[in-house]
Design a protein around this ligand. Structure first.
Ligand code: NAD
Length: 420
């Protein structure tokens, strides 16, 4: 399970998760084997012009795991730790996620190994445009549609859309989602993943008879997913008692002043305890805090067999992709902690990305209410479907979500058959 650098190999975990559910699926072994492979791994090495006139060589990936149910869909990540196995795992999780919420997309993911925190805006633009040019032959509104992920944002999507459109000779808004509103983005997309995390947490709390009012919430990661989810919890009367970023976290058992905390992060790019009524904690300590709802919303491999026995929460809602290892899953289940798996908990993003793509293709603009009510319906329905499977088959929520998601993809694969 561990790579040479001691890092958990997420692709091995992703494949293991499929093996766990195969006994529940009524499809042949060959179909399952196919689903454990990616369809296409594109690796590109490309030069980026830096501000000082030098050239930086970068490695980027665009992986399609599966597209039997529709065009492949998945974000693009800029991070120093991006590698082939991480992107493969993330692409596979996208396939199951789209299937769990039953939208007609397959799974893809992309990434560039780089540190955007040490790059200027111009350098990030140069990198984005050149990377888009490299992957342009394979992406497109009918084939493979990128979106934002860790350390990418609507501006990066705007550069991808512009570069792709220049290559085509006409505007192609449907090539990416998560665009700025001014150029074909959808209302509600920016907050969709964090909002979806809140909606599924709310459903989990109802299911476990835990009142949201006053519930103590701990969040790892304060970006598009963690930061936005925190605001929804706060608005609903829950108490966010701890939140973190890559440098560490802040904690106040009485509840943080969230507006000040997020304003501090926006202003200084970190949480400053002397400006906030909070004590400093590490990301490791944060995960083990006593709370009602724990939301890992940063990177994969955070909850392992080492720290799972020490969790002191009642519910885990996975904002991040792949934050929990299969060994930790078993420990969490045995300890009676209710876990909402990533492929359900953070599916709000791909759902509203789907709405954005539909609007782009039909040249429509939906209202905020239309987007919000469709998202609410899809996520609450999917939550119910997963809970029903978990109860019927007496399995944990991840296995139930996989039975639903992998099952739908496997059935489609079987109906389409293997060509020739
Ligand atoms: P982001 O770049 O907006 O934010 C990432 C956050 O994580 C930042 O606050 C960063 O400081 C923090 N972080 C980075 N390394 C960390 C570490 N080692 N420990 C603690 N915190 C760390 O990214 P995001 O879009 O919020 O993505 C977060 C997670 O959610 C990822 O796993 C991503 O794949 C997943 N996700 C994102 C979306 C989306 O729509 N953006 C959709 C589904 C899933």
């Amino acid at each position: 399970m561990q790579g040479g650098n001691g890092k958990v190999n997420p692709f091995e975990i992703a494949k293991q998760q499929v093996d766990i559910v195969k006994e529940y699926l009524d499809v042949g072994e060959g179909v399952i084997e196919k689903l454990k492979h990616t369809k296409r791994d594109l690796i590109v090495h490309f030069p980026v012009k830096m501000d000082d006139g030098s050239i930086m060589m970068c490695t980027g990936y665009r992986i399609v795991h599966n597209d039997v149910r529709g065009p492949a869909k998945g974000g693009i990540r800029y991070h120093p730790d991006v590698d082939l196995n991480e992107v493969r795992a993330l692409s596979m999780w996208m396939t199951w996620k789209a299937a769990v919420v039953n939208i007609p997309f397959g799974g893809a993911k992309g990434g560039v190994q780089c540190n955007p925190k040490e790059m200027s805006r111009t350098e990030i633009e140069n990198l984005t445009r050149r990377f888009t040019w490299e992957i342009a032959p394979l992406i497109g509104p009918e084939s493979d549609i990128p979106a934002p992920d860790v350390y990418t944002n609507p501006q990066v999507m705007a550069w991808i859309m512009d570069t792709y459109s220049i290559l085509k000779g006409y505007s192609v808004p449907g090539v990416v989602t998560g665009k700025p509103l001014e150029m074909g983005g959808s209302v509600g997309r920016l907050e969709a993943t964090g909002k979806g995390v809140f909606i599924t947490a709310r459903e989990a709390a109802k299911y476990r008879d835990l009142p949201m009012e006053g519930a103590r919430v701990v969040i790892q990661g304060a970006g598009n997913v963690g930061g936005v989810a925190a605001q929804f919890f706060d608005k609903a009367g829950a108490k966010v008692i701890a939140i973190s970023d890559s440098k560490g976290g802040i904690y106040n058992p009485k509840g943080l002043n969230l507006d000040s905390a997020l304003a501090c992060k926006r202003h200084y790019s970190c949480f400053l305890t002397d400006k906030l009524e909070a004590e400093e904690i590490t990301n490791e300590e944060l995960l083990e805090l006593k709370c009602d709802i724990l939301v890992p919303a940063a990177l994969e491999g955070q909850i392992t067999s080492k720290n799972a026995p020490n969790l002191k929460c009642k519910i885990v809602v996975e904002g991040a992709n792949g934050p929990t290892t299969p060994e930790a899953d078993n420990i969490i289940f045995e300890r009676g902690i209710f876990l909402v798996p990533d492929i359900l908990a953070n599916a709000g993003g791909v759902t509203v990305s789907y709405f954005e793509w539909v609007q782009n293709l039909q040249e429509l603009l939906w209202s905020e209410e239309e987007v919000a009510s469709r998202l609410e319906n899809i996520l609450t329905r999917s939550f119910r479907e997963v809970v029903e499977i978990a109860e019927k088959k007496k399995v944990n929520m991840r296995t139930a979500a996989y039975i639903l998601g992998v099952g739908r993809v496997a059935k489609t694969q079987e109906l389409r058959g293997i060509y020739p």
